[in-house]
Design a protein around this ligand. Structure first.
Ligand SMILES: *Cc1c(COP(=O)(O)O)cnc(C)c1O
Length: 355
C-alpha cells in the first residue's frame, strides 16, 4: 500500500505516553505523512517522515489569509489486533468539498485514503488499546506559496499526523451544560460554515471563553441571521428529541455535515425512530422543555462520538434536560457507534475499513 510513498524512518523513536493520562491532542506519534502540490504537477512526492516542526516562509499565504483546511478521524485497534477506520471515504469527500470552497486543488479520494492508511499502518503501535482510547488522525492542507497578495494559491502542503487519545468518558457519558450564544455567530449564509476550514474556529473562542466563564461547558450556536434557529454545539452537530421526534438542523450551508451526524441519522431511521432534518428554533426547544416534551439533547462528532446535553442557558434562563442525565437514545447511539468502530459489534452498515 505504501509502495508509492518514500519512507524516512526516525532514528529517535519516542517513549509511548502513559496510557492512563493520554487526554486529547497532547501526544504525537513518531512519524507523519507529507505531500506537496505544485501547479502543473498536481499532488506529488508523498512521504512518511519523522514527526517534527515544518519550516515556512514568513510570507506563506496560510499565515496571512488562513488558506487552511483540515479533517478529523480516528483509528481503533480491535481486541483481536486489527486496525479499523470509520467511514474514511466520507472524510475524503468532505476534504474536497472544503478544498473547493478555499480554491485548494482537489485531491484524488484514493490518494487521500492511501495516505491515511499508509501512515496509520506505519504507526500502528501507537494506537492505544482499552476503553475509549483511539488514535486521532489529523489530515490538513496549508497554502505555503510565498506570495503576499490575495488570490488562490499555487503551492500547498498536505500533512497527516497522529495523536493517541484517551477516553472522553472515564465514568460513562457525562451531560454538558451549554450557553445558547446570542451575541457572536459561527457561520452565515454564503460563508464557510459547511467547510472544515481553520478560520471558522478562531472566531468561536470568544464565545467559548464566555461560556466557560459562566461555569458552563460549551456554546450552542444560533443561526447568524435571526439568532433564532439552533445550528451546532461547539464544533459538533446538534440533535434534540422532542415528543419522540429526533430533530437535527438541516445541513444547508452554515452547518458542517458531520460523519457522526450522518451515521446517527442512518441508525435512528433503521431503528424506526421518527427522524427529521428541519429547522428548530431555540424557542421551540424551551417551550418543549416547559411542557415536558423535551426528552433529550446531544451533540455528535468524531472526538466524543455522542455528548449528551444536560442543561441550556438562554438569555439568563436555565433549563434542565432529562433531569441532567444521559438519555436512552444518546446512550444507545453511543453504544452502537462505539461498538461498530471498535469491532466489538457486528458492522451491519459496512462502515469500518480495515487498514
Ligand atoms: C468536525 C465538525 C463536526 C463533526 O463532524 P464529524 O465528521 O462527525 O466529526 C461538526 N461541526 C463542526 C463545526 C465540525 O468542525
Amino acid at each position: 500500500m505504501n509502495d508509492n510513498f518514500t519512507i524516512h524512518k526516525t532514528d529517535k523513536p519516542k517513549e509511548k505516553p502513559d496510557q492512563n493520562s493520554l487526554g486529547f491532542g497532547k501526544y504525537f506519534s513518531d512519524h507523519m505523512f507529507v505531500m506537496e502540490y505544485t501547479k502543473g504537477k498536481g499532488w506529488h512526492d508523498g512521504k512518511i517522515v519523522p514527526y517534527g516542526p515544518i519550516s515556512l516562509d514568513p510570507a506563506a499565504a496560510v499565515l496571512h489569509y488562513a488558506i487552511e483546511m483540515f479533517e478529523g478521524m480516528k483509528a481503533y485497534k480491535t481486541k483481536d489486533g486489527r486496525t479499523l477506520l470509520f467511514r474514511p471515504e466520507m472524510n475524503a469527500k468532505r476534504l474536497n468539498i472544503t478544498c473547493d470552497r478555499l480554491c485548494i486543488p482537489e485531491m484524488d479520494e484514493k490518494l487521500f485514503l492511501d495516505a491515511v492508511k499508509a501512515i496509520v499502518d506505519f504507526e500502528k503501535d501507537w494506537i492505544p488499546q482499552g476503553e475509549g482510547r483511539s488514535l486521532y488522525i489529523r489530515p490538513f492542507i496549508i497554502a505555503d506559496e510565498v506570495f503576499v497578495g490575495l488570490r488562490p494559491a499555487e503551492h500547498f502542503t498536505f500533512i497527516v499526523f497522529l495523536s493517541p487519545v484517551g477516553s472522553y468518558y472515564a465514568g460513562g457519558l457525562s451531560p454538558t451544560k451549554l450557553l445558547v450564544e446570542d451575541e457572536y455567530i459561527r457561520a452565515a449564509p454564503g460563508g464557510t460554515g459547511y467547510a472544515k476550514v481553520g478560520g471558522n474556529y478562531a472566531g468561536t473562542l470568544k464565545a467559548q471563553q464566555k461560556a466557560i466563564g459562566m461555569g458552563l461547558d460549551q456554546v450552542l450556536w444560533l443561526d447568524g441571521v435571526e439568532k433564532k434557529y439552533v445550528e451546532e454545539i461547539g464544533a459538533s452537530n446538534a440533535f434534540f428529541v422532542i415528543d419522540g421526534e429526533v430533530v437535527t438542523p438541516p445541513a444547508g450551508g452554515t452547518i458542517l455535515k458531520g460523519i457522526t451526524r450522518d451515521s446517527c441519522l442512518q441508525l435512528l431511521k433503521k431503528w424506526g425512530y421518527k427522524v427529521s432534518e428541519r429547522k428548530v428554533s431555540i424557542e421551540e426547544i424551551f417551550n418543549a422543555c416547559e411542557s415536558g416534551k423535551l426528552d433529550e439533547a446531544f451533540a455528535t462528532g468524531t472526538a466524543a462520538v455522542i455528548s449528551p446535553v444536560g442543561e441550556l442557558t438562554w438569555k439568563g434562563k436555565k433549563i434542565a434536560i432529562n433531569g441532567g442525565k444521559t438519555g436512552a437514545i444518546s446512550q444507545r447511539l453511543y453504544d452502537e457507534l462505539y461498538g461498530i468502530q471498535t469491532g466489538e459489534l457486528e458492522d451491519s452498515m459496512g462502515w469500518t475499513v480495515e487498514v
